[in-house]
Design a protein around this ligand. Structure first.
Ligand code: CDP
Length: 220
């Protein structure tokens, strides 16, 4: 089987950017598992499903019609139900809905095989919450990326602004704290580092130095 590097951590820790850069530098595949939960949530909302209708949402997750493609410029494009999903996937509404459907074990189970199918030669960088603890528990390199709550809210704010989306720093910070609580306290796949994970705190580090650290670890 192909090697995997797992990068887990809370919202806004920078794991999305980091994992994409690591994948790019190594020439490996990239799995954005959070996008899968966001897609399930989005598909459920579009169908007018209640997000706590476990059986219906799990069924939807199992049969989700989604393709991960790249456009002419090499930028990733996600196609849901035959149409490209744009900024809708990155909104806080989708993020919050994702965190709700992600708390349902049958939904997590339904996405397992789909996530593991990304493990292909020459290798995979997997970004999420439970990549190192559940989905790729045999990964040789596991990174757990953290940062202070304030710093993570600031980064998320900047990111949303750059995407031309509206954002309020105070509201973001509160939502982030709430989502952290829900992700850490849920009985199903709670957010925590794997026992054999390397924990990196990026509060005072820019993305370049974290990237170099991870690439060094990958060489070992
Ligand atoms: O980037 P951000 O952390 O805001 O969101 P994300 O990584 O796209 O994940 C959205 C939500 O999906 C998180 O709040 C988690 O509750 C859930 N998630 C999960 O449970 N397991 C994963 N492997 C990835 C995401």
């Amino acid at each position: 089987t192909a090697p995997v590097i797992t990068i887990d951590g809370p919202s806004g820790s920078g794991k999305g950017t980091l994992s994409r850069l690591v994948a790019e530098r190594l020439g490996w595949h990239w799995l954005d598992s959070g996008a899968l939960y966001r897609l399930v949530a989005l598909a459920a909302l579009r169908r007018g499903m209640a997000l706590d209708d476990v059986a219906a949402v799990a069924e939807l997750a199992r049969n989700l019609d989604v393709r991960f493609e790249v456009d002419g410029q090499g930028a990733p494009v996600i196609v849901l139900d035959g149409a490209p999903v744009g900024g809708e996937l990155r909104t806080e509404q989708a993020g919050n809905a994702a965190s709700r459907v992600a708390a349902l074990q049958p939904v997590r189970d339904a996405l397992l095989d789909r996530q593991r199918a990304f493990r292909q030669a020459p290798g995979l960088v997997a970004d999420g919450r439970d990549m190192g603890t559940v989905v790729f528990s045999d990964a040789p390199l596991k990174v757990f990326l953290t940062a202070s709550c304030e710093e993570r809210a600031r980064r998320r704010y900047k990111q949303l602004k750059e995407q031309g989306l509206s954002a309020n720093l105070h509201a973001l910070s509160e939502e982030l704290a709430e989502r952290d609580r829900r992700d850490a306290e849920r009985s199903v796949a709670p957010l925590k580092p794997a026992d054999d994970a390397v924990v990196l705190d990026s509060t005072h580090l820019d993305i370049e130095s974290v990237l170099e650290q991870v690439l060094r670890l990958a060489e070992e």
